[in-house]
Design a protein around this ligand. Structure first.
Ligand code: DC
Length: 225
C-alpha cells in the first residue's frame, strides 16, 4: 500500500453487470470499510434529470443539476431529495441514462468531490468505471473486475427473472454491448484496465471466490507497503 495519511481505498472498476456491486459491498463489510457505489450517483443524476425533463444530452443543464444533487445512501438504499428511489434507479432505463449522462466531462467534474467525500476512516471500497483512474488514483489496491459479456447478460437476465420482472436475453445482451462500448470509448474517464490494477475475471468464479481474492490481494498489498 502506498504511504498515505488518508484512509485506505480499494478501487474496483469494471463493466456493467460484472458483479462489482455485490463484490465491493462484501469486501467493504469484511474490512468494516465504507462503500461507494459510484454508478448509483450517475443513476441518481439520470433520474433527477428525467424528473426535471432535462435531456441526458444536455451537458450544461446536467452539470448544474449534478452540482446541486441532494443524495444520500443509507442501509443500502438510495435517496434523492429525501425520497427513497432505489428501485427507480436500478431500472434498465436509468442504467442507460446513467451511461449517457456520464459521457459529459462537465458532469464528471461536478460529481468528483461528492465521490471523494466518501473516503473516511477506517477505509473505503469504491466501485465504478474511474475509481482507480480519476477519483482515487492513489488507491492502495486497484481491481479490474470483469466477465464475458454473455455471462454478464445471463446474470442480469436471471436477476430480473428472480425479481419477477420481464426480461429478454437478446435485448439485455445488445444493451450491455452498447453500454460497454459507450463506457469504454468515451473521451472523459473511459473504462479501461489500468496497468497497476489486478485483473479479476469472474466468468468462472462466484461472488465469494471473487471477494476472497480481493481480500487476500489487499492484505498482501498492505504487507508490501
Ligand atoms: O455501475 P453501474 O452500471 O450502476 O453504472 C451505470 C453507468 O454510470 C455506467 O454505464 C457508466 C456510468 N458510470 C461512470 O461513468 N463512472 C463511474 N465511476 C460509475 C458509473
Amino acid at each position: 500500500m502506498k504511504e498515505s495519511l488518508l484512509p485506505p481505498v480499494i478501487a474496483i472498476d469494471g463493466p456493467s453487470a460484472s458483479g462489482k456491486g455485490s463484490v465491493a459491498e462484501r469486501v467493504a463489510k469484511h474490512f468494516g470499510f465504507h462503500y461507494l457505489d459510484s454508478g448509483a450517483i450517475y443513476r441518481l443524476l439520470a433520474f433527477a434529470a428525467y424528473q426535471q425533463q432535462v435531456a441526458w444530452s444536455d451537458e450544461h443543464a446536467l452539470a448544474q443539476i449534478a452540482a446541486n444533487l441532494d443524495i444520500r445512501f443509507e442501509h443500502g438504499e438510495a435517496y434523492l431529495s429525501g425520497e427513497q428511489v432505489s428501485s427507480e434507479i436500478r431500472s434498465e432505463q436509468m442504467g442507460k441514462g446513467a451511461s449517457e449522462v456520464a459521457v459529459h466531462p462537465e458532469v464528471r467534474t461536478a460529481l468528483l468531490q461528492a465521490q471523494r467525500n466518501f473516503r473516511k476512516a477506517p477505509g473505503l471500497v469504491g466501485d465504478g468505471r474511474d475509481i482507480g483512474s480519476v477519483i482515487f488514483p492513489d488507491a492502495g489496491l486497484k481491481v479490474f473486475l470483469t466477465a464475458g459479456v454473455e455471462t454478464r447478460a445471463k446474470r442480469r437476465y436471471d436477476q430480473l427473472i428472480s425479481r419477477g420482472e420481464a426480461a429478454d436475453y437478446a435485448l439485455i445482451l445488445a444493451d450491455l454491448q452498447q453500454r460497454d462500448l459507450r463506457d469504454s470509448q468515451r473521451a472523459a474517464a473511459p473504462l479501461k484496465q489500468l496497468p497497476d490494477a489486478i485483473l479479476l475475471d469472474t466468468t468462472d468464479k462466484n461472488i465469494e471466490q471473487a471477494v476472497n481474492i480481493i481480500i487476500e490481494a489487499f492484505k498482501k498489498a498492505g504487507q508490501n507497503a
